[in-house]
Each structure stands twice: as structure tokens, then as C-alpha cells.
Design a protein around this ligand. Structure first.
Ligand code: AMP
Ligand code: ZN
Length: 115
């Protein structure tokens, strides 16, 4: 999508600190980190919100979680643990309308909302 900041990152029109890329997904450091490690994992396909995910995206969503798994192991924080957050819509505070999975790690994540 033309006005989408994450699509621009995918196209290289906006710089990012790349963590991982393949044909389906890209991962980069969040510009405003909430933890020592704060990575955003996003599909290259522009999907506005989690409500727009459909059955045909099943493999893509699984691939995102496999990518998170790989990054956690490669970056060495898998054993210490991490948190994945995906915001959807107004009440969640979703700012960028291209689905993204926040991966937070590198400290005790004390601000736990559920669980
Ligand atoms: P959300 O509130 O879930 O929509 O999160 C959007 C996230 O994108 C925020 O954590 C922002 O800091 C991050 N963000 C926005 N623009 C950029 C950018 N150009 N590069 C990296 N992260 C960004
Ligand atoms: Zn987009």
C-alpha cells in the first residue's frame, strides 16, 4: 500500500535495522524500543489488521511464528524467554495499519497484562 510505513520499509524506501528477511516476511528493530530487544516481525503482504487475516493466510501466520522462533534462537534470547504482542484496532492502540508482531526480550518483562 502506498501510504503504509511498513510497506515502505519492505520496499527499502524507509530505512530500517534489518533483523531477518525472506520472500514472505521481514523483521526489523522497533524505532521506539520498549525493551532491550524489540523486534517487529511483519508479513510482506499488506494486511491491515488481525481482523483481515483469512484462511488463505494460515501458512503465512505460521511462518511468522516460525520466524520469531528462529530469531529468538539466532539472537540468543530463546532460553531466557520473550513476549509476542499483536495489537488490533483502536482500543489496543494499533498505530500502523499493517499487521505486525512485537517481539520483546532482554529483560524481565514486568508489565504483564494477562496471565
Ligand atoms: P502498534 O502500536 O502496535 O501499531 O506499533 C507500531 C510500532 O511501530 C511502534 O512500536 C513504533 O515504534 C513502530 N514503528 C513505527 N514506525 C517505525 C519505523 N519507521 N521503523 C521501526 N519501527 C517503527
Ligand atoms: Zn503495508
Amino acid at each position: 500500500m502506498e501510504d503504509c510505513v511498513f510497506c515502505k520499509i519492505i520496499k527499502g524506501e524507509i530505512p530500517s535495522e534489518l533483523v531477518y528477511e525472506d520472500d514472505k516476511v521481514i523483521a526489523f528493530n522497533d524505532i521506539n524500543p520498549a525493551a532491550p530487544i524489540h523486534i517487529l516481525v511483519i508479513p510482506k503482504k499488506h494486511i491491515e489488521t488481525l481482523l483481515d487475516v483469512s484462511e488463505e493466510d494460515s501458512n503465512l501466520i505460521a511462518h511468522i511464528y516460525q520466524t520469531i522462533n528462529k530469531i529468538a534462537k539466532d539472537r540468543g534470547f530463546a532460553s531466557q524467554g520473550f513476549r509476542v504482542i499483536a495489537n488490533c484496532g483502536k482500543d489496543s492502540g494499533q498505530e500502523v495499519m499493517h499487521i505486525h508482531f512485537h517481539v520483546l526480550a532482554g529483560k524481565t518483562l514486568g508489565d504483564k497484562i494477562v496471565g
